[in-house]
Design a protein around this ligand. Sequence first.
Ligand code: FAD
Length: 396
Amino acid sequence: MGLFHFPRMTRQFASFVWAAKAVAAYYKDRLTHGRDTKIKLGAALVAPLAETAFELGIPVFTQCELISIERDEIGHVVAAVVQTPEGEQRISTSAGVVLSAGGYPQDAERRAATVPHVQAGLPHYSMAPESSTGGGIRIAEQAGAKFVNSNSDAASWAPVSLIPQPDGSTRPFPHLFMDRAKPGVIAVGHDGQRFTNEAVSYHDFVQNMVVKLREEKRQSAWLVCDHAALRRYGLGAVPCAPGRIGRYIRSGYLKTGATAVELAKATGIDPVGLAQTIQNFNQHAVTGEDPAFGKGSTPYQTALGDPDHSPNQCVKPLEGRLYAVEVFSGDIGTTMGLDITAQGEVRDCAGQVIPGLYAVGNDANSLMSGSYPGAGITLGPALTFGYLVGRRAARV
Ligand SMILES: Cc1cc2nc3c(=O)[nH]c(=O)nc-3n(C[C@H](O)[C@H](O)[C@H](O)COP(=O)(O)OP(=O)(O)OC[C@H]3O[C@@H](n4cnc5c(N)ncnc54)[C@H](O)[C@@H]3O)c2cc1C
């Protein structure tokens, strides 16, 4: 609902009322509880699971890191060794150990070994938790498990921009659904040329971007939009109206120019290339067409566009002042993982099940083998295999 109403709050009264109520409730929560208490997004997925665990009296240990697993003389997994704030603890098990440590998105070494564009020197930023450093996979490998490294893609890619922080560091921001597909937004390389249909999935977008970056021998590309698009939809971390944009310009996150040539100067994009690209794009965009890449040509793309814009929900000319945000290759999680059976049991390098060892989520190899049909293809299987593994381990 928020994704629908917030961008419309300055244009539609119903959206304004919805947004005003949401903001008031948020600040009331902050005042009375010190934090937002609405259970939504990932929390909405996890909360019912946690509630069930609490109701059943299942102990949950936080701040504990799995450091190894133990197998008995016939190979069964019989214990997990965890580092707790009080020290190392051995937890014995008759049912088994389920690895769900989130794959290896923050393991720089394995990333370099499995991601060709990282090997080619391109920077890469993951949106996954910093704690997902591949420990589950490493520990399983030490117990003889097989890591599958033959997927078409090692991760679910997503373009990422970097928000400068007051301490000089940067925070990655994923460009998933909110900006690229919208009318008045295009993506260009440093030569000012478009390289993709901007409305395709974030995974496909990065695949196309990486080809461009390797051709250009550049590390980043740019999302460019006009003032109307910026205020209506926002761009990356820059909010739509009535959010303020000044601090993003001052921090250098958002570049701007009154013309294509001025924007080119601010970003280092080739001015002639950018001006020509916008001119060519606009010529067809007036009638909602994009003969070069077909932006807005599938239901997936138009669903991410602006339903209030016609004739093409994803295409309009870029007019007046322009803005740009620099984007890099990134991911929202890895797809390569441990070889598992249809029941989530981990297999060793000889293809034999390691008794009592299971993997779910991104510790398990993706059943899509690295392709990315759409959002949900990680959480859907994670939930399904969690259910299957739970039943298997509990022998029900
Ligand atoms: C911005 C963003 C948007 C996304 N949108 C979608 C979407 O719309 N649909 C979808 O399906 N997926 C989406 N994903 C992907 C999805 O969130 C992940 O694929 C999924 O959360 C992975 O689940 P997991 O259980 O494998 O790992 P995680 O949810 O990452 O959890 C792993 C946990 O294990 C902990 N851990 C790591 N090492 C150890 C250790 N040695 N011992 C103990 N604990 C450890 C980590 O701290 C972490 O808490 C998105 C991801 C991002 C970043």
